[in-house]
Design a protein around this ligand. Structure first.
Ligand SMILES: Nc1ncnc2c1ncn2[C@@H]1O[C@H](COP(=O)(O)OP(=O)(O)OP(=O)(O)O)[C@@H](O)[C@H]1O
Length: 594
């Protein structure tokens, strides 16, 4: 109960902060409408008494009052809805903004890779929808409480015994709350299943998957998988629903008994001459109203209770994010690399993973060097790059820049000094200007900077063809051209090149979608950039590729296997060594010669 009250207080305070005019108008109208409902019952009772006693004037007066009360109830309820609906919209926007901030609030990716964290976020997205309803439900609940209070006073005035009616009406409320807890626990337990269902829905309705699903004819397979998950979800929720319904039914049966008892009691009073026929009508009307009030109060309390659980999760995430932000190191990042980067006994385990991905990495990356990372799929190349970029913190060992341990340096600041093109680069569907420009926000509006980066990335002819920097890319915002995979990769490369002086430039499989000519241009651009940053800031450049012909010129080649470094050296040294690199290189060279 404390949590529910806290949730109401919190969300009302939020509503007050966001738009007090709408909050007050909605609450005032709802309250008046709520008091008008028992007033209708009183007027009807007195109307019947007037008719029974043959007092036409009194009967007409009460009939008019009943009509006015009914009119007030219906009209104000309707207008109040407009106010609290708009307030809910504003609250929803506010909470969603907060959620985006919280999800992206940590400085590293660790949390976002954790499946348990993904479940929490999934649940929170639904929670926000619930919380938006809380302001509205809380107002309605308040109005119902006032209504019940007014009704109770009217009943007690007739006979204190009738207090039984509102008292027993509390039974469905308390049992309903208990029942809601079952549902809440079931929902939380099922969140991995709902996440999987959502993933499947996204996968099967995403245009990128259509071709593969068509070719493989796997639509039926996905539907069957989804059905399986839905069955699991539905049967768990059905069980919880059955317990929920049984508890609620017990409460409702108790109330039905109290209802019948109250009507019989006032009927007895009327027979003894202690009450009028109008009083019987009044009690029947009030008892019916109490039933309806309790039923809607129960529903509303369910909403408020669910949102209280949601708010608890929301605030827990906020506290964690703030605590994490408070422990984020804030030492300034170096502006240049004098000596180089050094990895000392680095180990790394992904959040939620059972085993370590990188083991005992000891590596020296001298300033100004170009380094190629080579290894089979899953060897750990992208993971190593993510660590160097400060996207993850090593779980063991130290990462030093000119002797400064990066664990003490602000990751955000370090990342402003690096540039990267990821294997799964983003297809940023904005104008070409912004799609490229966001690579270096201070110059996002600069034509010169964007066109320069586009030119260096070898995407000049592409930019001309699609209509220059203002041309929209993709179809998210307009009718822009749908680019090929290689063309998107070139745009991504241009975005990377927006940063002219990175201390670390990392390209992870940057040519995977490029044709041979474009790949050669990319390698040329990379080498030019590597030389430029080496001279300007001592920047280290990293290149990951499976095409070994492009790594020959690297100053250092590092071969990874199973998360460990197995070989390192120049192309010549590794060929002389005759190890894994030499075999791979010879194998690829043979394949090309054939
Ligand atoms: N977010 C993640 N959570 C858990 N494990 C991960 C995650 N990302 C990668 N891994 C695991 O880490 C290992 C190394 O992956 P990584 O992407 O670094 O390899 P890679 O050498 O870049 O491979 P590829 O050549 O295929 O790109 C793999 O076994 C992979 O399954």
């Amino acid at each position: 109960m404390r949590q529910t009250l806290f949730s109401l207080r919190y969300l009302f305070a939020l509503g007050w902060r966001l738009d007090r005019r709408r909050l007050l108008a909605g609450a005032g109208m709802l309250l008046l409408a709520a008091l008008a409902t028992p007033a209708v019952a009183v007027s009807l009772g007195r109307l019947v008494d007037g008719v029974a006693a043959g007092h036409s004037a009194a009967a007409v007066r009460w009939a008019v009052l009943a009509a006015v009360a009914l009119g007030v109830e219906l009209t104000l309820d309707n207008f109040a809805h407009i106010y609290y609906f708009e307030l809910s919209e504003i609250t929803d926007e506010h909470l969603n903004r907060d959620l985006i901030r919280l999800v992206n609030g940590t400085s590293r990716l660790d949390r976002r890779d954790d499946p348990a964290f993904a479940d929490r976020i999934d649940l929170l997205r639904q929670d926000v929808l619930q919380m938006r309803m809380t302001v509205q439900s809380g107002l309605q609940l308040g109005a119902i409480a006032a209504q019940v209070l007014f009704t109770t006073v009217l009943l007690i005035t007739l006979s204190p015994v009738l207090l039984i009616l509102p008292l027993v009406a509390l039974a469905p409320v308390f049992l309903g709350r208990r029942a809601e807890q079952f549902m809440q626990v079931a929902r939380e337990r099922q969140s991995p299943t709902t996440r999987s269902i959502r993933h499947l829905r996204l996968l099967t309705t995403n245009p990128a998957s259509h071709k593969e699903i068509q070719i493989s004819g796997s639509a039926g397979h996905f539907v069957a998988r989804q059905d399986g998950l839905l069955n699991t979800y539905n049967s768990a929720m059905r069980r919880a629903q059955a317990r929920h319904a049984s508890l609620v039914a017990v409460g409702q049966v108790l109330f039905a008994l109290a209802y019948v008892g109250s009507v019989l009691w006032v009927y007895g009073m009327a027979r003894r001459g202690e009450a009028s026929i109008g009083d019987v009508v009044l009690v029947v009307s009030l008892a019916t109203q109490v039933g309806a009030q309790m039923a809607s109060g129960l529903d509303l309390l369910g909403v408020v209770h669910r949102s209280a659980a949601g708010l608890r999760r929301f605030l827990a995430l906020r506290d964690e994010t703030e605590a994490a932000a408070a422990t984020v190191p804030d030492a300034p990042a170096p502006m240049t690399v004098g000596g180089g980067l050094r990895l000392e006994s680095i180990g790394f385990t992904y959040p939620g993973a059972a085993a370590e991905t990188l083991h005992d990495i000891d590596l020296e990356l001298p300033a100004g060097h170009s380094v190629a990372l080579v290894g089979e799929n899953g060897a750990g190349k992208s993971t190593l790059i993510a660590l160097l970029l400060g996207l993850y913190a090593p779980t063991r060992g130290r990462l030093l820049v000119d002797g400064i341990d990066l664990s003490g340096v602000s990751p955000q600041q370090w990342r402003t000094g690096v540039a990267a093109l990821f294997q799964d680069f983003a297809k940023v569907e904005l104008s070409l200007q912004h799609s490229v420009g966001i690579g270096h926000l201070p110059e996002v509006e600069s034509r010169e900077a964007v066109l320069g980066a586009v030119g260096r990335a070898g995407a000049g002819p592409l930019a001309d063809r699609i209509g220059g920097p203002d041309a929209l890319l993709g179809r998210a915002y307009g009718d822009g051209p749908d680019l090929s995979g290689g063309q998107w990769q070139r745009i991504g490369f241009a975005r990377t090149l927006m940063r002219r002086r990175p201390l670390l430039l990392a390209l992870d499989e940057p040519a995977s979608a490029l044709d041979a000519m474009a790949e050669q241009r990319l390698v040329d651009a990379y080498q030019a950039m590597a030389k430029e940053v080496a001279v300007a800031v001592g920047g280290v450049t990293l290149f990951v590729t499976h095409r070994l012909s492009t790594v020959r010129l690297a100053d250092l080649i590092v071969v990874l296997e199973g998360g460990r470094i197995v070989e390192r050296g120049t192309h010549g040294e590794l060929m002389t060594l005759g190890g894994q690199y030499a075999q791979l290189y010879a194998g690829q060279a043979r394949a090309y010669a054939d």
